[in-house]
Design a protein around this ligand. Structure first.
Ligand SMILES: Nc1ncnc2c1ncn2[C@@H]1O[C@H](COP(=O)(O)OP(=O)(O)OP(=O)(O)O)[C@@H](O)[C@H]1O
Length: 254
């Protein structure tokens, strides 16, 4: 089995109004595509934010390569982990290429300007998400889905070891949902993603964690976890799950 890259151990978190996470554990191994599922508001984004250090857990520990993430500088972390969040609206207006080039900032000293390699990586990432022709456009003129692809390009430009995606397929039409997930999967790096579409989860994730009522309800490979019983418990819906000869899963909701 491959080495554990990221581990969140016994994570608890409370907002003043209520408890969100209680003793949650997850791990992402090298090259593993890991999904977190659960109903709206169950704490998926909160858990990701604790991992990428926007929020601090009440208790528990997150390690990266066996070392507490608090012991890394933010710049060191950014050389290893890229994040594509749910709400990526920037308050400033800038060109698409400038946004994507920001993925190289963790590798630069304060006085250093971007070099040819940075531009090559940024342009190659834009090409990967099929947005090269938008490089000189202003970010504010793009649609939600186009922006999502630009922020993925920025994350690719970071050449991370691990990528965290908070609902990466939000705003995307079905073709781009598939393309973006295929691009991420093809990188062969660790991925930690929250997603709602069970078909996509079943197709792309190697392993899934399901959150329910502040706790980790269950975890396992898609075929083990996405059973009608679990789907009923986690999401409260009746669902028929069909498995074809290639072990592909199909979901039909009642
Ligand atoms: N700043 C905040 N103060 C108080 N409560 C908050 C705050 N941010 C989020 N919450 C609440 O915490 C809960 C968990 O939110 P979170 O965004 O982690 O859920 P989620 O599982 O990612 O949901 P979704 O699937 O809808 O994206 C929600 O009930 C949300 O309303």
């Amino acid at each position: 089995m491959k080495q554990v890259l990221l581990e969140a151990k016994n994570i608890s978190f409370v907002y003043p109004t209520r408890e969100i996470l209680n003793g949650v554990n997850i791990a992402v191994r090298q090259g593993q595509f890991v999904g977190i599922v659960g109903s709206n508001g169950c704490g998926k984004s909160t858990l990701l934010k604790i991992i990428y250090r926007v929020l601090k857990a009440k208790s528990g520990q997150v390690t990266y390569n066996g070392k507490d993430i608090q012991e890394y500088t933010l710049k060191e972390m950014a050389r290893k982990i890229a994040v594509v969040g749910q709400f990526n609206d920037t308050t400033f207006d800038t060109t698409v290429l400038d946004v994507v080039l920001m993925g190289r900032l963790p590798f630069k000293a304060r006085w250093q300007s971007f070099d040819q390699k940075d531009y090559q990586l940024a342009l190659a990432s834009l090409e990967k998400v099929d947005m090269l022709r938008y490089q000189d456009k202003s970010l504010s003129t793009l649609s939600g889905g186009e922006k999502q692809r630009i922020f993925l390009a920025r994350a690719l430009t970071q050449q991370p070891e691990l990528i965290i995606l908070d609902e990466p397929t939000n705003h995307l039409d079905i073709r781009f949902q598939l393309e973006i997930l295929k691009i991420v999967k093809s990188l062969g790096i660790g991925v930690l993603a929250t997603m709602h579409d069970l078909s996509l989860i079943a197709n792309f994730c190697d392993y899934i964690y399901a959150l329910k009522d502040t706790k980790m309800h269950s975890s396992g490979k898609p075929i083990e976890l996405l059973t009608p019983e679990n789907i009923k418990t986690i999401f409260g819906v009746e669902c028929k799950v069909v498995q074809d000869r290639d072990n592909k899963l199909f979901f039909s909701y009642q």
